[in-house]
Each structure stands twice: as structure tokens, then as C-alpha cells.
Write a new protein. Sequence first.
Length: 208
Amino acid sequence: MKILALLFAALLSLGFVPNVSAADAPDSGFYVLGGVGRTMNNNDQSNLDNLLRSVGGVGFTSSLSDPTVYKLQIGYQVMKYFAVEGGYLGSSNETYNASGGNLAGPLSASGSIKGWNLNGVGIWPLGNQFSLLGKLGVAGIKESVTVTGPGGSASANGTKNDVTFGIGAKYDFNENIFVRLDLDRYSVGSSSSSSKTNVWMLDLGYKF
């Protein structure tokens, strides 16, 4: 994130990206964007701890690493106030580790997601190159999990197709280059059991 911020600052200081008004940006056309971000499920570790306690685990210590989420999207702005976009969404591994207490040995669980999404995007121009966004669509997210303990390893996969929605804010540097901050909500799990995951992402885009 710091690298992107420094890059934008350098471009502005060199005059590489001229200022434009929102009215100067074309009202229709294709665009691409890529982004990175994080999940916002702050209770994941406590949920996993409670699951381990429910099968008799006591006195153990645990840790949880945060995964990096990334996406690559292609879109088409139909008009000034509406666009359609979709593409790929994935993550690095989120890893849970537990040890000590009455556990027979160290226990670890690692999971990641990947899938697709397709959204309609409502655009509300605010002026000074800023816009607010509202998103509604569908997504299919596959979750892959591996658990390793003293007795060996086991893996499981599940896919959930569901409605997705989100909000965002966009800043147009010029008629081609823009940056976006998105907050989206996805269903993750399987058709029989799933949970909601909130993801925020910083995106850099180019409009053709």
C-alpha cells in the first residue's frame, strides 16, 4: 500500500497525471482494474478456538495469520451512473495454529479462497474527480481447507454461489487512470454451510 501511495505522489509531483473534472471523463467505455486487500473477520481466531474447545481442547494457545486478498476485473461503463464488471478473486492462505494444553500435539489449519464475481455498479459523481459506488451482483467462491495434527492431515473443499454486494469510493486522476477503495461482502463455505466474509481492497484501474 505504501508503494502505491508513493507512486501516486511521485506522478502528481512530476505533473504526469493532470487534474481533470469529473465531467472530462468519458461516460462509457471498457476498463480494467487490479487490487489487493484484507478480510475484516476479526472473530475468526475466537471462533476456531471455540471449535477446538467444543471437542475437549483446554489450556492451549493459538495464533491466526491474516490472508492477502487480490482480484483482477474487467468492466464496461454503460453510462455516467452505471457500469458492469466481473472477474477473478483469490487469496493467500489464512493459517491457524494451536499448541499446548491437553492437545496431543501441535494443530494447524490453513485455508484459502478463489472464485469469480459479476456486479452491477451504481456510480454517484460528487465532483472534484470523486465518486461513490454501490455494487450488487453474484459470486461463486471456492474455499479449500487443510487441517494437520498428530494423527495426520485432512482436506476439504466447498463452493458457495450467492448474492454479493458492496460499497466503494473512486478518484479519477485523469480520463484513463483511477484508484478505488472497495468494501465487499461475500458468502464463503458450501451449499449446506456458509458464513459471510467482508473484504476491503485498494484498486488501481485503467479506462480505455
